[in-house]
Ligand binder design. Structure first.
Ligand code: ADP
Ligand code: MG
Length: 486
C-alpha cells in the first residue's frame, strides 16, 4: 500500500497564525483566573498583533477597553503571556477597531471556552434566578448559627438575625462595616441563607460591588440598561458586598442609587457591607445619606476569648482534633483578622495530613514563621508574660533551643563563632538570665568560661532585637511556650 503525500503549502509570509495560536494559549492561561463574565466581556475581540524584541502588542477593539485593561488586567496578562511564551517580556496595547465583531481576526470566546469547562471556584459560582437575574451562590457554610459572637460583632450579628426574621422591617438598609477578614461576608451570606430558609421562594440576590459594576458596564456596552434596571427591581432582598469599591464609578453609583431607591420604596430589604462607615466612604452624598437611614453596625477585631472560640468552632466544623495548647497559641498570636486565624489553622491541618503528625506549639510557630505575617502585628501583640509558671533547668533550656534551631548543645556552649550558632547561644543566655535568674558571671562559666561582659552584651543585644524583630520575637515566644515559661 502506498501513501501519497501532498506537499504542504508554503507557510504564509505573515506571522498571523502563530500569533493567533499564541494568543489563544495566553487566553487559556487567563481564563481560569477570571470570572467568566469578566473574561468574556473584556477579552472578546482581542488579539495578539505582533511580537517583536520581547514586546507583545495586544489589540483591543475599542478605546474604552484600554483603561480597563491597563488598570485591571495588565499585570495578569503579562504574567500569563510570559508563562506561555518565554520570549515575551513586555506587553503594549493598541486599539484596533477592525477587531470589533470580526470573527476572521478574533476568537469566538463562547465557543472556544464553553461554560462547562469553567473551573468551579468555591464561593465564585453564580446562580441564575428568574428573569436573567444573577446572584452568587450563597455559601451554605456561612450561617448565623456558626458565627461566633463576641463583643466585637454582637450588634452586627443581632442586626442580621433581626433582618433574617423580618426582612424589610426596621433595619433597612442594614449597613455593616469593618476591616478585612472580620466576618462581614460571612454575616451577609448567612443572613441571605437564613431568609431563604424561611422563605424559599424569595428572590435573594447576593452580589459583590465588582460584579455589580461589571453588570452595569456590560449593560451599557450592549445598550441593555433598562433590562438590568428592571431585573434588579424584582429582587426581594439585595445584598451587596464591599461597596467601598463603588468609589470613582459614577455611573455604577448612579445605577445603584436608583435601584436602592426603588427597592427601598417597596420595603425590600437591602444589606450592604463596606470597609468603613458610610460617612467615610468616597461616594456621592446622596448615597451616603441613604446608607445612614437604617441600621449601621460595625465588626472589629475579636478579643482573645472570641478568637479561641472561633478556632474551636472551625476545628469542629472541619472535624479536626487539635490540642488545646495549640489552639490557644494560635489565638494568642494571630490577632487582627479571623481569616488569618482560620488560615493558620488550615495550614496546621494540611501539615497534619501530609506528615501524619499532630501539630504542636512548635510546628505552629514554624508555620507562622513561614507565613511570616505582618511583623508589626506580631510586635504589638506578642509581648512577654514574664511570670514563670515552672522553672525549667538550664539543661532543658539548652535542649529546647538546640531542638528549635537544629544546632547541637555542644556547639552552643563551645567556642564556635559561626552565625548559625551565635543567635541560639545568645538566646540561651538571654533565657538563662531572664527566667532562670542566673548571673552574668555564672552564665559565662556555663558557656566554656566566657567573660561576663560577653554574656551581658549578648543579653542586651537580644533584648534590643526583640523590640523590632518580629520573627525573633515569635521564635522566642515559641521556645518559651515549649518550655512552659511564657
Ligand atoms: P470579611 O468579609 O469581613 O473580609 P469574611 O466574612 O470573609 O470577612 O471572614 C473571613 C473568614 O473568617 C470566613 O471564613 C468567616 O467564616 C470567618 N469568620 C469571621 N468572623 C467569624 C466569627 N465571628 N465566627 C466564625 N467565623 C468567622
Ligand atoms: Mg468580604
Amino acid at each position: 500500500m502506498t501513501t501519497s503525500v501532498l506537499a504542504a503549502p508554503p507557510a504564509p509570509a505573515t506571522a498571523t497564525p502563530g500569533l493567533k495560536s499564541l494568543w489563544l494559549d495566553i487566553l487559556k492561561n487567563i481564563e481560569p483566573k477570571l470570572q467568566r463574565s469578566q473574561f468574556i466581556t473584556w477579552f472578546k475581540d482581542t488579539m495578539a498583533l505582533g511580537l517583536e524584541e520581547g514586546t507583545l502588542v495586544i489589540g483591543l477593539p475599542l478605546p474604552m477597553y484600554l483603561n480597563w485593561h491597563m488598570e485591571h488586567y495588565r499585570t495578569m496578562t503579562v504574567e500569563s503571556a510570559r508563562a506561555v511564551d518565554e520570549r515575551v517580556r513586555h506587553i503594549i496595547y493598541k486599539v484596533d477597531v477592525g477587531l470589533k465583531d470580526n470573527p476572521d481576526r478574533t476568537f469566538d470566546l463562547l465557543e472556544c471556552f464553553p461554560e462547562q469547562r469553567r473551573r468551579k471556584l468555591p464561593g465564585k459560582q453564580e446562580v441564575k434566578l428568574a428573569e436573567g437575574l444573577i446572584s452568587k451562590i450563597l455559601t451554605p457554610r456561612y450561617m448565623l448559627e456558626n458565627f461566633v459572637v463576641g463583643s466585637n460583632n454582637r450588634l452586627a450579628h443581632a442586626a442580621c438575625s433581626a433582618v433574617a426574621m423580618q426582612p424589610g422591617g426596621k433595619y433597612n438598609p442594614l449597613f455593616l462595616y469593618g476591616g478585612v477578614g472580620l466576618g462581614k461576608t460571612h454575616l451577609l451570606q448567612a443572613t441571605g441563607n437564613a431568609i431563604l430558609k424561611q422563605s424559599p421562594k424569595a428572590t435573594v440576590v447576593y452580589t459583590t460591588t465588582e460584579d455589580f459594576t461589571n453588570q452595569v458596564i456590560e449593560a451599557m456596552l450592549h445598550q441593555k440598561m433598562d433590562q438590568l434596571r428592571n431585573r434588579y427591581r424584582r429582587v426581594d432582598v439585595l445584598i451587596i458586598d464591599d461597596v467601598q469599591f463603588l468609589a470613582n464609578k459614577e455611573r455604577t453609583q448612579e445605577e445603584f442609587f436608583h435601584t436602592f431607591n426603588a427597592l427601598y420604596e417597596e420595603r425590600k430589604q437591602i444589606i450592604i457591607s463596606a470597609d468603613r462607615p458610610p460617612k467615610e466612604l468616597q461616594l456621592e452624598d446622596r448615597l451616603i445619606s441613604r446608607f445612614e437611614r437604617g441600621m449601621i453596625a460595625d465588626v472589629s477585631s475579636p478579643d482573645y476569648e472570641t478568637r479561641l472560640a472561633i478556632l474551636t468552632e472551625k476545628a469542629q466544623e472541619y472535624e479536626i482534633f487539635m490540642d488545646k495548647n495549640v489552639l490557644q497559641f494560635i489565638a494568642e498570636h494571630v490577632t487582627k483578622n479571623v481569616r488569618e486565624l482560620e488560615g493558620t489553622l488550615m495550614q496546621a491541618v494540611a501539615q497534619f495530613e501530609l506528615e501524619q503528625r499532630m501539630p504542636t506549639v512548635k510546628s505552629i510557630a514554624d508555620i507562622m514563621r513561614k507565613l511570616n505575617k505582618d511583623p508589626h502585628e506580631e510586635e504589638e501583640v506578642i509581648g512577654f508574660a514574664m511570670d514563670a509558671k515552672r522553672q525549667p533547668t538550664f539543661q532543658e533550656v539548652l535542649e529546647a533551643v538546640s531542638r528549635y534551631y537544629s544546632v547541637s548543645v555542644q556547639d552552643m556552649i563551645g567556642a564556635s563563632r559561626v552565625r548559625e550558632i551565635l543567635i541560639p547561644r545568645q538566646i540561651v543566655m538571654y533565657l538563662g538570665k531572664k527566667h532562670l535568674r542566673l548571673s552574668y558571671v555564672r552564665l559565662g562559666e556555663l558557656f566554656s568560661n566566657r567573660d561576663h561582659t560577653t554574656v551581658m552584651n549578648a543579653c542586651k543585644k537580644i533584648d534590643t532585637n526583640l523590640q523590632n524583630d518580629a520573627l525573633l520575637l515569635r521564635e522566642m515566644r515559641a521556645i518559651e511556650q515549649e518550655l512552659k515559661m511564657a
